[in-house]
Design a protein around this ligand. Structure first.
Ligand SMILES: Cc1cc2nc3c(=O)[nH]c(=O)nc-3n(C[C@H](O)[C@H](O)[C@H](O)COP(=O)(O)OP(=O)(O)OC[C@H]3O[C@@H](n4cnc5c(N)ncnc54)[C@H](O)[C@@H]3O)c2cc1C
Length: 423
């Protein structure tokens, strides 16, 4: 069964130095993939020699990963780890009924429903399964999990379910281009692989926005974490002051998650309050957490540090006064934007922000979109290319919730059946 995990009987040990961006990438990938690991932080050349078998803390072979059965990978790329886990393979068929791009909640749901309903289904993901949801420490509003569930656990369960029904999953493969001649979709992956399918679902979600500041990119993974940093909370200590940029649910979840381990958590938000951007259950918890502080009308205007983030500047957006705070922790949870340049290249209609437009939103004065040649209107989740659907956060007007992404994935498959039956 492709996409199924190689059983890992124990923890993967990762040896590295603090603030190494690759160390963070590996932790993030394994956390999202729900694979147990242990991070061993090396603090001296002696430790580097004794524990990791390298010459010093500056040795280019760090980080070193040791797998439970003894395999050692030095300074591995995510692709090499994916390959080692047995997740990197080529498509098994020359043609599929359904190709789904993006293995977040929408894509995983489409894979479960597509495969379980007899469609030859392939799911292509550029990184790890779970999308944004896999970076959530605890999703508490998803139906059926009254105590909440970690996003990584939810994603792993969905992956298993999709594999059980026979969906093929290609991980670590990025789609870069598409062609959609009548009755067929051809997706081109970055490594040159070609995927042909009778119907296509685009479920590529959104990509987190970055903090556009000098040093921001250099310190990424070395104190600055884009997203909720769920893999990192275990490394945070009781003396650490954590700063989180953003006032949405992902920022709120991260604040509560880190508040259990950090000295203080400081939410830096542009607006006057949290209540317009955050679910009430999170507002209540944040307000009653003694070590969480909300800095309203504020933004981070500078980040500094040599090898690791050392300090940030927070500026009041109203008065202009600013203050410098020492910290090794800055989580950036300022939402995302869709990466859909490929859609524009093939003439798929997008809105101004790049979200893919579907169904009724394509209609103008009750007329089908220009170039539409079928004697029916586009189905609810269908783009202006017949047989090409969009589901989840990537879609114009979507709700940006796990449940709605999952619902749209299932619904898109129902329209795929109609399309395959009647065109
Ligand atoms: C930290 C955090 C916490 C959240 N908490 C909650 C919550 O508690 N409750 C809730 O309802 N919602 C929550 N959300 C929102 C929810 O996770 C999203 O609405 C949901 O994940 C959207 O699913 P999606 O499948 O549409 O897109 P995404 O989750 O964005 O997944 C898209 C996938 O497509 C992949 N991809 C993108 N481009 C390509 C390409 N070219 N080729 C191949 N693959 C590609 C990406 O790598 C990604 O895996 C949270 C979000 C975050 C970030």
């Amino acid at each position: 069964m492709t996409g199924a995990s190689q059983p890992i009987s124990g923890k993967i040990k990762i040896f590295g130095r603090r603030g190494a961006p690759l160390g963070y990438m590996i932790r993030d990938f394994l956390h999202r993939s729900d694979i147990p690991f242990e991070w061993v932080e090396l603090t001296s050349d002696e430790e580097a020699r004794a524990k990791a078998g390298v010459s010093s803390l500056d040795d280019k072979r760090l980080p070193v990963c040791i797998f439970p059965e003894g395999t050692r990978l030095e300074c591995p790329t995510i692709r090499q780890i994916t390959e080692y886990l047995g997740w990197l393979h080529d498509p098994l068929r020359s043609e599929y009924d359904l190709a789904i791009y993006g293995a977040g909640p929408a894509g995983l749901s489409a894979a479960v429903y597509g495969a379980s309903e007899g469609l030859a289904t392939i799911l292509i993901e550029r990184y790890a399964v779970g999308g944004q949801a896999a970076s959530s420490s605890r999703i508490e509003n998803y139906l059926g999990f009254p105590d909440g569930i970690s996003g990584a656990d939810l994603a792993e369960r969905a992956r298993e379910q999709a594999c059980k029904f026979g969906a093929e999953i290609l991980l670590g493969r990025e789609a870069v281009r598409g062609e959609f001649p009548p009755g067929k979709g051809v997706g081109y992956l970055a490594d040159g692989t070609r995927i042909t399918a009778r119907a296509t679902i685009c479920a590529t979600g959104v990509e987190y926005r970055r903090l556009d500041l000098p040093n921001g990119q250099r310190l990424r993974g070395a104190g600055i974490y884009i997203g909720a940093g769920a893999s990192e909370a275990a490394l945070c200590s009781a003396s650490d002051d954590v700063f989180i940029v953003g006032g949405g649910n992902s920022a709120g979840q991260a604040a509560m998650h880190f508040s259990r381990v950090a000295h203080t958590v400081n939410m830096v938000v542009r607006g006057d309050s949290l209540s317009s951007t955050l679910s009430q259950y999170l507002v209540d918890r944040i307000m009653s957490a003694p070590n969480v502080k909300v800095m309203t009308n504020s933004q981070v205007t500078a980040v500094e540090g040599e090898e690791i983030l050392e300090r940030i500047r927070v500026t009041n957006v109203r008065g202009g006064e600013s203050r410098v705070y020492p910290t090794h922790w800055l989580l950036v949870c300022i939402g995302g934007e869709p990466r859909t340049a490929w859609a524009e290249e093939v003439g798929i209609v997008r809105d101004e922000a790049g979200y893919v437009v579907t169904g009724p939103d394509l209609m103008q004065n009750h007329e089908s979109p220009p170039g539409w040649e079928l004697d029916r209107n586009p189905y609810y989740l269908e783009t202006n290319m017949p047989g090409v659907f969009a589901a989840g956060d990537v879609r114009h007007g979507s709700i940006k919730r796990c449940a709605s992404a999952v619902g749209e994935g299932a619904m898109a498959v129902a329209f795929v059946h109609r399309y395959l039956a009647t065109g």
